[in-house]
Design a protein around this ligand. Structure first.
Ligand code: PBG
Length: 323
């Protein structure tokens, strides 16, 4: 008997063979491109810790959305940087708020682009927390009303999907009720269900100037040590009416994505967050890694783990690389 009979290398010999038996494929069609919108006009200001990402004023944001759409990216998610912040995050649920204005402009120019709005207060509160403060704590139930109002104003401005990222208990149900009560029964909720209290959000907080002014987010975002709890969070969100669930960050939490894929039938999104992006960029600048290969490998791994949809700052670049 010739040895060995089994030679897995047979199917690795050429790129044609490798492509033929490849199990996981990336596609621009399942990417969401995160964008930051700020007041003013003709503003394109680079975020230092996220090279190649900008705070865009509404006029230029529309052009950036067009560029993404033309590359085959179906969806963007918008984060707002308001003119001013206050205790209760008024800018988040102002019908004339920065994100609401941005949605109107983008949907008018690109009706077929899926515009997703992040629902959270942290970019709009002076203290930088995702909820209202009561007796020095982040109060859950009084925050829910404001989140529901935020989602409603976004949808009334034209948002196709709302994505609560605050991690308050019960917010998916509260948002669902509010949207339904106003006739928006057809608008899906993409819930940031398993969102960890992560150091990987550092660069985003510079971008949105949303670092908490006191304390941290550990009383509402999840403990990085917990896996079972993520399944519980997802189950609750699905029960409350989440249409798509999200795991965030992505690469350090592949086990959570895989478990979620096994336990739930809803589409799963994963967020390759700012810190995951910036690590690759920083190492590439030092000449220590092959940047493009690392981008593609990290995203392929997130897909392989079980994510259907990926939010990534590399969306445009990946769409270009995939041709
Ligand atoms: C909260 C929110 C955050 C991110 C998305 N939505 C920041 C946070 O929880 O501090 C992080 C995204 C990233 O790091 O790329 N509105």
């Amino acid at each position: 008997m010739p040895f060995p009979i089994h030679r897995p290398r047979r199917l690795r010999r050429t790129e044609a063979l490798r492509g033929f038996v490849r199990e996981t494929r990336l596609s621009a069609r399942s990417l969401i491109y995160p964008l930051f919108v700020c007041p003013g006009s003709q503003v394109k200001s680079e975020i230092k810790s996220m090279p190649g990402n900008y705070r865009w004023s509404v006029d230029l944001l529309v052009e950036e959305c067009r560029a993404a759409y033309d590359l085959g990216i179906p969806a963007v998610i918008l984060f707002g940087i308001p003119e001013s912040k206050d205790e209760t995050g008024t800018g988040a649920y102002d019908p004339e708020g920065i994100v609401q204005r941005a949605v109107r402009a983008v949907k008018k120019a690109l009706p077929d682009l899926i515009v997703i709005c992040d629902v959270c207060l942290d970019e709009y509160t002076s203290h930088g927390h995702c909820g209202l403060i009561k007796n020095g704590e982040i109060d859950n139930d009084s925050t829910l009303r404001l989140l529901a109002q935020t989602a409603l104003t976004q949808v009334e401005a034209g948002a196709d999907i709302v994505a609560p990222s605050d991690m308050m208990d019960g917010r998916v149900g509260e948002i669902r009720d509010e949207l339904d009560a106003h006739g928006h029964t057809q608008i899906p909720i993409l819930a940031y269900s398993a969102k960890y209290a992560s150091a990987f959000y550092g660069p985003f907080r510079e971008a949105a100037d949303s670092a908490p002014k006191f304390g941290d987010r550990k009383s509402y975002q999840m403990d990085p040590a917990n896996q079972r709890e993520a399944m519980r969070e997802i189950a609750l969100d699905v029960e409350e009416g989440a249409d798509i669930i999200m795991v965030k960050p992505a690469l350090p939490y592949l086990d959570i994505i895989t478990l979620a894929r096994q336990e739930f039938d809803v589409p799963i999104a994963a967020y390759q967050v700012s810190g995951e992006f910036s690590l690759i960029e920083a190492a590439a600048r030092l000449g220590w890694i092959d940047r493009e290969r690392m981008i593609m490998e990290s995203l392929t791994s997130i897909r392989r783990a079980g994510a259907d949809i990926i939010l990534t700052y590399y969306a445009k670049e990946v769409a270009r690389l995939l041709g």
